[in-house]
Design a protein around this ligand. Structure first.
Ligand code: BDR
Ligand code: CA
Length: 312
């Protein structure tokens, strides 16, 4: 299986991403989870990550707390989407395992440096602070990482946090800038793609009907999270962003995109955190990122249901 680090700020959709990876052990081996401040502060994202692993019976996977705040800007959180806990809507078991005994940034560095070159994939599901700090602290990781697959950004869709910026990039645009200008192989799953991953009420019913503890708790979180979608779009369905990252690793054939040059805006007060995607190649700058724009929604949700059903 492909060895992955999950860097995350759970978040209901982060939880689905973690569960999708854990339900796919033949394809993905989760070597560890690093947490970051994002949807909610670090203490909560860390506890949430531990509880999701516990729910899935995988408390053996270590969780390493990472950065408490973005590199330059103050922390901006999203309780208005995820609830005060970051994981409202479920009731998860308390962690039984202690936290990993190093900082999340050092976990990323040490794992990448100890593994054979080109074997570790880093999945970032929140602000990219930990990965950027790891690159700043040990630039040699850039040439050794197999690939970074990130949920973040938006271009034709604009932003979901400001008119120009998507949440993960908006919260730490400087970190995104470090990563995007580093030369590390990148695949970006922006909201242009994830907005096509809407979860329907019918799918939610099917998930609940699976009846396992993981499925029931996941359905609870999805229901809570869906409410925000109802308010925002006036629809009964809302996208699960972060599991698209794992979906791409499992079934790249379900996704469509293009190699593009992507710049991160870090200067303008109006468009800070904007991902400027050269979709049409007008700058002639070499591509630094595979940018996904489309996915096969029914096949993606079938996959997610099948994989989540395997968990206890
Ligand atoms: C991203 O922001 C967070 O609220 C979600 O967990 C996801 O990572 C979507 O913009
Ligand atoms: Ca997230």
């Amino acid at each position: 299986p492909r060895r992955i680090i999950i860097d995350t700020d759970p978040g209901q959709d982060d939880a689905f991403a973690i569960l999708l990876a854990l339900g796919s052990p033949e394809e993905l081996e989760v070597v560890g989870v690093s947490t970051v401040a994002g949807n909610v502060p670090l203490e909560r994202t860390t506890l949430n990550a531990q509880m999701v692993l516990e729910l899935a019976g995988r408390a053996d996977i270590p969780v390493y707390p990472g950065c408490r705040r973005p590199m330059v800007r103050p922390l901006f959180t999203a309780e208005y989407v995820h609830g005060d806990s970051g994981l409202d809507g479920c009731d998860l078991p308390p962690p039984s395992a202690p936290l990993g005994a190093k900082h999340g940034v050092d976990f990323i560095i040490d794992t990448v440096m100890a593994a054979d070159p080109g074997t570790i994939t880093v999945c970032t599901l929140g602000p990219m602070t930990n990965l950027a700090m790891a690159i700043v602290k040990e630039p040699a990781i850039v040439a050794r990482i197999r690939e970074v697959v990130l949920m973040g950004g938006g271009f034709f869709e604009g932003g979901n946090t400001t008119p120009a910026a998507e949440f993960n990039i908006f919260v730490d645009p400087h970190a995104a800038h470090v990563v995007f200008s580093s030369g590390v192989p990148l695949t970006m799953v922006p909201i242009d793609c994830t907005y096509k991953a809407v979860m329907t009420p019918d799918w939610l019913r099917r998930l609940r009907a699976v009846g396992t503890e993981t499925a029931v708790q996941a359905a609870g979180m999805a229901e809570f999270y869906q409410r925000y979608g109802n308010q925002k779009f006036g629809t009964d369905s809302y996208p699960l962003h972060d599991p698209c990252v794992m979906g791409f690793l499992l079934r790249p054939d379900l996704f469509q995109g293009r190699d593009c040059h992507v710049d991160i805006e870090i200067v303008s007060p109006v468009t800070t955190g904007m991902t400027v995607v050269d979709w049409w190649g007008v700058t002639k700058k070499p591509a630094n990122c595979l940018v996904l724009r489309d996915l096969d929604n029914p096949a993606f949700y079938d996959l997610m249901l099948e994989r989540l059903s395997r968990l206890p």
